[in-house]
Unconditional design. Structure first.
Length: 159
């Protein structure tokens, strides 16, 4: 079974959405055989990836950073999507952090990088805004020698 993980921005500008979805879809379609998709199911890239991976027939592994992770979902629709995707996961990995902190997020991203064969990064190429951000996880994955596929629309910047 091939394992593909995701790291990415929570906030994706509208003008990049179609490009990001197509990039993820293309990466998934290029894989043959059974597939495990690893995601923390955060708003943005994680949820987009998880939905597309499930549609592609992958088994979803939800990597939950903390006991209170659901409190990070401020929007009711985002929380509903999280719960729906989590319910569809075949496996769940719960990290032993009581609270959703930068350390918990870094640990979740590192877990995904440690356990995947390839990492998809929905990333604008800029440094992380906080420990455990996309840039940190890309750097970590690359130090492991993990192949990283960056998906982002040229010329688009995050706010």
């Amino acid at each position: 079974m091939k394992r593909i993980g995701v790291t990415g921005h929570r906030s994706i500008p509208e003008e990049a959405h179609a490009h990001v979805r197509e990039g993820i879809r293309s990466a998934l379609c290029g894989l043959e055989g059974s597939l495990e998709a690893l995601s923390s199911l955060a708003v943005g890239a994680d949820q987009i990836f998880a939905g597309l991976a499930l549609a592609h027939g992958a088994e979803l592994t939800a990597v939950i950073p903390s006991a209170d992770y659901e409190h990070d979902f401020e929007d009711a629709a985002d929380l509903t999507r999280y719960r729906t995707l989590r319910a569809r996961a075949v496996r769940e990995v719960r990290l032993d952090f009581p609270h959703a902190t930068d350390e918990a997020y870094y640990a979740a991203g590192a877990y995904i990088a440690d356990h995947c064969d390839r990492l998809l990064a929905v990333w604008d190429g800029r440094p992380a805004r906080g420990r455990g951000g996309t840039g940190d996880i890309v750097t970590y994955a690359r130090t492991l020698g993990r192949p990283v596929t960056v998906i982002w629309r040229d010329g688009v910047t995050r706010g």
